[in-house]
Design a protein around this ligand. Structure first.
Ligand SMILES: Cc1cc2nc3c(=O)[nH]c(=O)nc-3n(C[C@H](O)[C@H](O)[C@H](O)COP(=O)(O)OP(=O)(O)OC[C@H]3O[C@@H](n4cnc5c(N)ncnc54)[C@H](O)[C@@H]3O)c2cc1C
Length: 249
């Protein structure tokens, strides 16, 4: 499966997709949206030939008053079911409909501290009709491999795509620590970054090296796929991709 995840508008995407061999995927969040808005988004993505939807809860909007109880859907599972119904009603020009992805959290989601209960919610979301899982970023592969094993034990058998973020700057690291609440930063990585924190080039090289080692190890452990969080710093991902030798080809 070759998939590119896109965010933002659909202008021009349909043609770009039609001319390439890539299956495009889009993120859809339920936060601050009603059912009609979400249906309109799905229709737009369907006519733009987007093949996959990553069905997400979404982070609460920053800086505006927000009442979650007014959203049509309370959890990502409701969106999974909605996309499934959209598919069944023939809403997508491709008879197979959208492929449906869901978010997974190797280190746990901060909203549900009870990890057993969290797995019950997660399994229900997968069983509602997900085709694949994309994980939150992580910096220690043990967390991913343990999550994958816990999924198996819970009866979750769909492909799990690992989330990797190459660190490119100390500021980016701090921003992600905030956005990916709960992500653990291993001492080995922090020590390396601390040593070169006054040299931006060295920080970037150390970040790329760490991500590269993670990717090699994941591939040795038969990972189903890798999703890169580029944060508008795609050069680092490109370098890693080139070094890995593009195994998907
Ligand atoms: C790959 C990836 C990409 C992302 N991209 C974006 C993005 O583009 N924009 C954005 O805003 N955010 C994004 N996020 C962040 C994500 O939307 C948030 O972390 C969100 O809080 C959780 O999303 P979810 O899809 O897991 O939601 P859910 O599955 O709804 O889970 C959210 C919380 O609710 C709990 N829960 C689930 N079901 C129930 C239930 N029945 N009763 C009580 N509690 C329940 C879960 O255990 C969890 O704690 C992304 C995350 C990942 C992993």
């Amino acid at each position: 499966m070759k998939t590119a995840l896109v965010t933002g508008g659909t202008k021009g995407i349909g043609r770009a997709i039609a001319e390439s061999l890539i299956t495009a995927g889009a993120r859809v969040t339920i936060t601050a949206r009603n059912e009609d808005e979400i249906e309109a988004i799905l229709r737009r993505y369907a006519t733009s030939l987007i093949g996959n939807i990553l069905a997400l809860g979404g982070d609460p909007p920053v800086g505006i008053a927000y009442d979650k109880s007014r959203d049509s859907f309370q959890h990502a599972i409701d969106l999974v079911k909605f996309v499934r119904r959209f598919n069944e009603s023939g809403g997508h020009p491709d008879r197979r409909g959208f492929g449906i992805g869901v978010a997974g959290f190797p280190e746990g989601h901060p909203g549900t501290p009870n990890r057993l209960l969290e797995m019950d919610y997660f399994k229900a979301k997968v069983d509602a009709g997900a085709d694949y899982i994309v994980t939150q970023l992580f910096f220690d592969n043990h967390d991913f491999l343990d999550f994958r094993e816990r999924c198996e034990l819970a009866g979750v058998h769909i492909p799990i795509i690992a989330g990797i973020m190459p660190i490119t700057s100390i500021n980016g690291l701090k921003r992600m620590a905030d956005l990916a609440g709960g992500a653990r930063f291993p001492a080995k990585l922090l020590r390396t970054l601390q040593r070169c924190q006054n040299d931006p080039d060295m920080v970037m090289r150390a970040g790329i090296q760490h991500a590269l080692e993670q990717c090699h190890d994941l591939m040795a452990n038969n990972v189903a796929g890798i999703h890169f969080y580029t944060l508008n710093q795609s050069d680092a991902t490109r370098m890693i991709f080139d070094t890995l030798g593009n195994p998907g080809r």
